[in-house]
Design a protein around this ligand. Sequence first.
Ligand code: F6P
Length: 500
Amino acid sequence: PARTPAAGRGAEVLVASNRGPVAYTVGADGALTAKRGGGGLVSGLSAIGPETEAVWVCAALGDGDREAVRRADGELPAADTGGQRVRMLDIPAEVHAAAYNGIANSVLWFVHHMLYQTPLEPSFDTEFRERWAAYEAYNAAFAEALDRAAAPGAAVLIQDYHLALAPGMLRERRPDLRIGHFSHTPWAPPEYFALLPDDIRERLLRGMLGADRAGFLTRRWAAAFVACCTATLETRCAVHHSDGEAPHVVTAPPGQEPHTTQIGVHGLGADAEFLRERAHRPDVDERLTALRAQIGGGAGPERRRTIVRVDRTELSKNIVRGLHAYRRLLADRPEWRERVVHLAFAYPSRQDLAVYRDYTAEVRRVAEEINAAYGTPGWQPVVLHVKDDFARSLAAYRLADVALVNPIRDGMNLVAKEVPVVSDAGCALVLSREAGAHEELGEDALSVNPYDINATADALHAALSMPEEERVGRCARLADAATALPPARWFTEQLTALRG
Ligand code: F6P
């Protein structure tokens, strides 16, 4: 039942996401170490800074986090969070695992990135229903925590597919709030979304439509969401497109007043100021020297070229096909042998899921195969790094002659936006047309169909052969487009629109 919170208490702005801005580990001596949380969502939201006084509600993800929650008195210590106000929820570990691994990562992520091999998967059975119950409980825990923490009329920005039900649940408890939801992933087209059981599709859409505003990274994902609403809810929703304005979806839950959800598009950009400053600190210079030694070859115009990729080892990032394309380049164009090195950074991700562990092993295997087939005593064609190191990623960005970003499907892909901002000599960008970033960067990138290995090899050749003047010009335009909406503005833009 709706209730009015005690006046004068609670936060005016709240953010909610599964992963928060800080992650803890417990040492052998019992001491806690805090580290910045990873991923695109965290990079985007971290720029909101302590000055907004927003309270960030997130889940405890491991033993270190749980211990930190036990020791904290409500909010985590400001010294650990860079001043950001953070509340971590200690959701029971088995509920979190079933919701995060069992639904969010292996069902919703797969649907929106269209990753299923459909002759075998998915199958929705009793075990799925049990995991779904955990997903509901996990969303309910967030709705309850947000209800408790929000001041009357506060703005609440709920993030991503982990929390698709939370907007509706929160609205039921607190109709006074302004609720936003933002999707950092692509959105599936209706025919693919229809893989999900009918009641689950409806629950997900109604959950998100509980928000006053549903935001997406590109027009394409926003349009897919609206198309899914029409296809799934049929006459139980109405879509209004007014001229020059974002569409609105109106739903009338049984026995309730009609509710309007405005659809918004906010293309998160790179943070140029932060990246350029961070990329010139001594730890990055140190990594730069080490990478140069690994690349080898001479200096000057004849120096070895670098093709750089930096990803989580994520199925949708298409790392294996990227390696195959590089092998094709070396096979078909022997002139590049000894003259180019592929710096491939693939950082472990979601290793609780067997399919991710297998994929990680396959990345390693193909990289080793290429090195065995083409390597010479003075040249290692692929330099693969799997240990997450932000300073080394930035060093690779600076060195890049070519950035390879070839996902099967991606909400945005911030690497595509970050490399042109940081690259020292101006890089060329080989970019999948299925990445959200393609909507803004397509004009100056070399676009590829991510499934077409030969076309990707051709694009790598074109990128490596691009005359310097053209490469530098394109890179400057890419950097401009990439920084059009820096994270802090991306956030305030949404907040302003939500408060309407
Ligand atoms: O929406 C994508 C996202 O949630 C981003 O935060 C990040 O790119 C990635 O997924 C992180 O995934 P996880 O939190 O499962 O490591």
